[in-house]
Write a protein that binds this ligand. Structure first.
Ligand code: PMP
Ligand code: GLN
Length: 378
């Protein structure tokens, strides 16, 4: 059989979590919390399941949740969105990303990715018949060089995919980045996918978003995920906000990929947004404490921690400890030292020659301190 993805293996997140489980290592690799979502959210899930909300939800998502998302978007970014024509629920951001890419990429089109890029983007572009053009963001700052990005644009370029707050580098776009993106997209008539799954996890500046830039609105799919926002990655509930014409194309595909998403979770999340939106607005503070706990505990180690401005990840440079490449070093960390992390090179087409790995700090304080204690003896 001719593989449609001949160069794709198993995602690093599955590999590292399996290795962590096998070795009973503390798992700071795959990004997921080791604590439970709020009791209220769990109670509402159970309540709605027991109240008969167990059959197919409307294809675009239940109206209550789309309205709550519109209200949140207005509150956070001052953008008025029509819940009927511009918001579509999906089974995780992963589905929304896949569908948005299929909606705009035609065979032969070029798509700009900023490496290190989340690993689901490139395969989705390939399956649409597109070609990725990779621009590397480099340590220690991982700043986007917009002139270099513009130089990669050709008449075939159709789409640019951005991600802020950024996994895995934990950087956050500045106002200048958004402005540069908006003028690049307008000048070359590009579609934009803005992956904002960590939009509420920002530490040192205000939250920002493609939503804040009117010049981006007509051409952008903004994608987010309640998995991150409500500590429930296993619920796989995400959404796409896009203007009506783009949402129409998005929905044509979404209806034949999953059709709709887990009904009780949609009701529970709608209740959560309506009753406890303070949890959303407090998410940056919540994770800032965890970042500080982990980063402070790591000060006694020989790792050099890089700044984390958003997401629940922090990068660490380990050249004082080992000459191994990052994939081998992560395996050694997991098998010999009992802490699993994610190598950075796997997110690059052409990795830079650096010794940097990613730790997830979406964990209980004790988990972070136990992991740091193991890492500090290296
Ligand atoms: N984009 C990024 C940058 C992510 O880190 C993740 C992580 N899970 C996703 C998309 C996918 O989100 P979901 O779990 O909602 O599919
Ligand atoms: N987004 C998560 C991470 O970066 C993992 C998602 C997944 O396992 N597919 O670790």
């Amino acid at each position: 059989m001719k593989s449609k993805l001949p160069h794709v293996g198993t995602t690093i997140f599955s590999l590292m979590s399996a290795m962590a489980n096998e070795c009973k290592a503390i798992n700071l690799s795959q990004g997921f919390p080791d604590f439970t979502p709020s009791e209220y959210l769990l109670d509402q899930l159970s309540f709605h399941a027991h109240s008969g909300k167990n059959q197919y939800a409307p294809m675009n998502g239940i109206p209550e949740l789309r309205q709550a998302i519109a209200t949140l978007t207005q509150e956070c970014y001052g953008r008025a969105i029509h819940p009927d024509t511009e918001i579509t629920l999906a089974s995780g951001a992963t589905e929304a990303l896949f569908v948005a890419i299929q909606a705009v990429v035609n065979p032969g089109d070029e798509v700009i990715l900023l490496d290190p890029a989340y690993d689901s983007y490139a395969p989705a572009v390939t399956l649409a018949g597109g070609h990725c053009k990779h621009i590397a963001l480099l340590p220690p700052n991982y700043q986007a060089d917009w002139q270099q990005i513009e130089a990669a644009v050709s008449p075939k370029t159709r789409l640019i995919i951005v991600n802020s707050p950024h996994n895995p580098t934990a950087t956050v776009f500045s106002d200048g980045d958004w402005q540069a993106l908006a003028s690049l997209a307008a000048k070359h008539d590009l579609y934009v996918i803005s992956d904002e799954v960590y939009e509420h996890i920002v530490f040192d500046q205000n939250r920002n978003s493609a939503h804040c830039y009117p010049a981006l609105r007509d051409r952008t799919f903004v994608i987010s995920s309640f998995g991150k926002t409500f500590h429930a990655t296993g619920w796989k509930l995400g959404y796409c906000i896009a203007p009506p014409m783009l949402s129409t194309e998005f929905r044509k595909i979404h209806q034949f990929v999953t059709f709709t998403s887990f009904t009780p979770a949609q009701y529970a999340v709608a209740d959560m947004l309506n009753e406890h939106s303070d949890q959303v607005h407090g998410l940056g503070d919540f994770y800032r404490d965890k970042r500080d706990c982990f980063v402070n505990a790591m000060q006694r180690s020989r790792f050099t921690m890089l700044p984390s401005a958003g997401t629940y990840f922090a990068l660490a440079e380990y050249s004082a400890i080992s000459d191994k490449n990052d994939v081998d070093f992560c395996e050694e960390l997991t098998r010999k030292h009992g802490v699993a992390a994610i190598p950075l090179s796997v997110f690059y087409k052409t990795p830079p020659n650096s010794r940097i790995i990613r730790f997830c700090f979406a964990k209980r304080e004790q988990t972070l301190l136990d992991a740091a204690a193991k890492l500090c003896v290296l």
